[in-house]
Design a protein around this ligand. Structure first.
Ligand SMILES: [Zn+2]
Ligand SMILES: [Zn+2]
Length: 157
């Protein structure tokens, strides 16, 4: 992990890495958070993915549909980085991350009252049901929320 970070840091001196509890990109602080002792292939891919977000300067507070597009873009960037570094990212891993993410977004958009699939409101924190007119609040969008494990899909928020 440290070797890869040093390598990325050498190529992109502007990037800032910080150890933390899970892999994440923080647009607020401009930091890439990484798990210090992680050694698995998955964690290497995660680091490249978060670096992808950082290089593309992705911001929070996007509509849910937009967020999925940014996740895809971050993986594309991660693929480019990986091939530069001679690392191969498993395509199935990317697909399962995106699927988990899609599931999470889908669950947010289902009306808690009548189960109709709905569209997010313009403020990015509310959904409103066009069928029964229930309004519900969702937590602020974050990147990579659901992508640690497919077994660990968060409940509706
Ligand atoms: Zn409804
Ligand atoms: Zn992501």
């Amino acid at each position: 992990m440290q070797t890869l970070i040093a390598e990325l840091q050498g190529r992109f001196p502007a990037l800032r890495f910080k150890p933390g509890v899970s892999f994440a990109w923080s647009p607020e602080t401009g930091q890439i958070i990484y798990k210090e002792r992680a050694k698995s292939a998955n964690s290497v891919w995660s680091l490249l993915h978060e670096t992808g977000h950082a290089l593309l300067k992705h911001q929070n507070y996007q509509a849910d549909v937009e967020l999925l597009r940014l996740e895809v873009a971050a993986w594309e960037q991660a693929r480019l980085l990986a091939s530069d570094l001679g690392i191969k990212i498993d395509e199935d891993h990317i697909e399962s991350c995106l699927d988990t993410y899609r599931d999470w977004l889908y669950k947010r958009s289902i009306c808690p009252n009548c189960s109709t699939k709905c569209l997010q409101q313009g403020d990015f924190v509310h959904y409103r049901c066009f069928n029964c007119h229930t309004t519900w609040r969702v937590t602020t969008n974050r990147f990579c929320r659901a992508y640690r494990s497919t077994k660990n899909v968060p409940q509706r928020v």
